[in-house]
Design a protein around this ligand. Structure first.
Ligand code: C5P
Length: 234
């Protein structure tokens, strides 16, 4: 298992993305492409980035009936993305169908992970809107164990949950963790944040870093600092 820093490319156009990518010299960072960029630029943006040598996390968070998700992931598997995700709340049949769809005839596939509860969902909204009476923590751990049972590779979670997820689902179950800030950095809209160094100590496998790199005065330097803190001494 190779740990890595994934840059969240939350740009709304190819122009802005390319302007950012060109700041890198010999590095080819692992990039997260989300709905905004994918819906504006289509699959071609993924092909271009793959051709340039970047690994891609396609963050589309699929959630629909099992058959639709299976067929959609089968289409996405042709892009050879390295990491893709779905919602665990789509339930076990959907997650199993997703895995089938994402696996090519050759048996090859990228990593498939699930979103448990979005970090924008509070325990209060979970109770009021979703009628889930369990605690947020219990719900996240339950979704993680269902994700593992369905055969997926890991979950998106807070670095603060990474250790517990591994206790519940095993050391090899991947934790992909956003909410990363440098010490003393601006938190923005994130509530619970962790430094790359702390995320390493807590056992995150991949950290997803957006504005701390994309909004830095010198993104290349910020990326190198992040890699150093997270992967240094491994
Ligand atoms: O700019 P920042 O580092 O906060 O970006 C974090 C990235 O991780 C964003 O693309 C955001 O959508 C994503 N993310 C998150 N929390 C989750 C799931 C995804 O911040 N629970």
């Amino acid at each position: 298992m190779s740990k890595d820093v994934i840059i969240a490319c939350d740009f709304s156009s190819k122009k802005a993305l390319m302007n950012f990518i060109e700041k890198f010299e010999k590095e080819r960072p692992f990039l997260k492409i989300g709905m905004e960029l994918y819906y504006s630029e289509g699959p071609q943006i993924v092909r271009e980035l793959k051709d340039r040598g970047h690994k891609i996390f396609l963050d589309l968070k699929l959630h629909d009936i099992p058959n639709t998700v299976k067929k959609s992931l089968s289409v996405l598997s042709n892009l050879d993305v390295d990491l893709c995700n779905i919602h665990a709340s789509g339930t076990t049949p959907m997650m199993k169908a997703a895995l089938e769809g994402f696996t090519k005839e050759s048996g090859q596939r990228g990593l498939l992970i699930a979103v448990t509860q979005l970090t924008s969902t509070s325990e209060e909204t979970m109770k009021e809107d979703l009628l889930i009476e369990k605690s947020l923590d219990e719900t996240v751990m339950h979704y993680a164990s269902k994700t593992k049972e369905a055969g997926l590779d890991g979950v998106v979670c807070s670095p603060l949950e990474a250790r517990k997820v591994k206790e519940v689902c095993g050391e090899n179950f991947l934790t992909i963790t956003p909410g990363i800030r440098f010490a003393g950095g601006d938190k923005g809209d994130q509530v619970r944040v962790t430094t790359p160094k702390k995320a390493k100590e807590l056992g995150s496998d991949y950290i997803v870093v957006g504005r701390s790199i994309t909004g830095a005065e010198n993104p290349l330097e910020a990326y190198r600092k992040c890699v150093n803190e997270f992967l240094g001494g491994m």
